[in-house]
Design a protein around this ligand. Structure first.
Ligand SMILES: Cc1ncc(COP(=O)(O)O)c(C=O)c1O
Length: 388
């Protein structure tokens, strides 16, 4: 019997308290300069972010939802066009496509919870202009397969990398594959600010310029109004707070991968749960574990049991896939995703967790399914590290 402890799913205050001195110093320093809108800290952070992702341009925006709309519009997709996305994504992905004037077409995901390339190809129509894969849970999709489909049908790719800053496929960072990528700095993200924030990243100067204009009332770099636009910016203060966290982001990723490895180690013999791929299980993928999403046939009972034990869990998107949102006009039937949505559950995954917290969560999952103790002792891995 384990002593009761509380393991919340996520604690916003803990995020702040752990770095309170740095947040306070930045607040004070930026505040005393009166540098709130479009100042040097934002430009510096945009440069650092672009370099981290491995692209030539980054544009800070108000949030990733704005970023998605701007990215879709900036690559020239709009009215009359269809854009294929995974049904297992945040509503924001579809919202971005919709408000850019195009039609979101949700398709099935596969066993790794990421968009299924075969389903993408089956959904291509004469109106399809782009594929918008979500690099979900901190794992990058099979970009070779998606790139192949895009090439065959003359489609563009935009990445929803809101959950995947630093995630890599074959050594390349999420956000750097398509015509544009979008990142979120929502507080619970792996790199989070104290409020809303996001960025559009791209290697295409024209896309960057159009996105900048769209976010700045349609004004170009010379200040002339050249199109309709709106106002969406990453606050200078938030950018400064993101910068000091980006400087140590390698440690953050390393810690998340270590927690994921612990979960794998502690649960791999529990036949009643399906785990996400372990950190070092596939050389093509470097996952950053924004989330740790498991599957179980007895998901609802397990969730209740963990709640009784003081463990917070979450069902992503309130349990609603994009194609379930019939009020928005979706009519697709996606049985694989339907089944997944009756099974999936996110366990706590954040840098406030201790190894003992993970042991506690896993101990209660094991006892729920009638397993005793831990199946293994110690770690076979010596390094869950981040290097690039
Ligand atoms: C996959 C995905 N796309 C888009 C978003 C939207 O991000 P934001 O809250 O910055 O608009 C999120 C945020 O949770 C997300 O997880």
């Amino acid at each position: 019997m384990q002593a009761m402890r509380l393991v919340p799913f996520f604690e916003y205050a803990a995020l702040f308290v752990a770095q309170e001195a740095d947040f306070a110093a930045t607040f004070s320093e930026v505040g005393r300069r009166g540098a709130f809108i479009k100042q040097k800290d934002l430009a510096d952070f945009e440069r650092s972010l672009a370099s981290f992702v491995g692209v030539s341009h980054a544009l800070g925006v108000g949030n990733a939802t704005d970023g998605l709309e701007v990215a879709v519009a900036a690559i020239g997709v709009g009215r009359g066009d269809e854009v294929i996305l995974s049904s297992h994504t945040m509503l924001a992905t579809a919202v971005g496509i919709h408000f850019a004037g195009a039609k979101p077409v949700p398709v099935e995901c596969g066993p790794d919870h990421l968009i299924d390339p075969a389903a993408v190809e089956a959904a291509v129509s004469s109106r399809t202009r782009a594929i918008l894969p979500t690099q979900l849970n901190g794992r990058t999709c099979d970009m070779d397969a998606l790139g192949g489909i895009a090439g065959r049908y003359g489609l563009l790719i935009i990445e929803d990398a809101a959950q995947a800053l630093g995630s890599r496929y074959k050594g390349r960072c999420a956000g750097s594959f398509g015509a544009a990528g979008v990142i979120s700095f929502y507080p619970a993200k792996t790199l989070g600010c104290l409020g809303d924030g996001g960025a559009v990243v791209t290697n295409d100067r024209g896309v960057y310029e159009r996105a900048s204009e769209l976010c700045n009332f349609g004004r170009n770099a010379a200040g002339e109004v050249v199109r309709w636009g709106f106002n969406s910016r990453l606050d200078n203060l938030q950018a400064a707070m993101l910068q000091f966290q980006l400087d140590k982001y390698g440690n953050t990723i390393c810690r998340r991968r270590r927690l994921a490895a612990l979960y794998t180690e502690r649960l791999s013999d529990v036949a009643e749960v399906a785990l996400p791929p372990a950190p070092d299980s596939d050389p093509d993928h470097f996952d950053i574990f924004q989330n740790y999403e498991i599957e179980s046939e007895r998901r609802d009972d397990l969730k209740e049991h963990l709640k009784d034990c003081g463990v917070g869990t979450l069902i992503q998107w309130n349990g609603e896939a994009i194609h379930h949102l019939t009020a928005l006009g979706f009519t697709q039937r996606l049985p694989y995703t339907d089944r997944l949505f009756s099974r999936m559950l996110m366990l706590p995954m954040n840098v406030s967790l201790s190894d003992d917290d993970v042991d506690y969560v896993c101990g209660h999952i094991r006892s729920f399914f009638g397993y005793s103790g831990f199946g293994h002792s110690g770690f076979g891995h010596s390094d869950f590290g981040y290097s690039r």
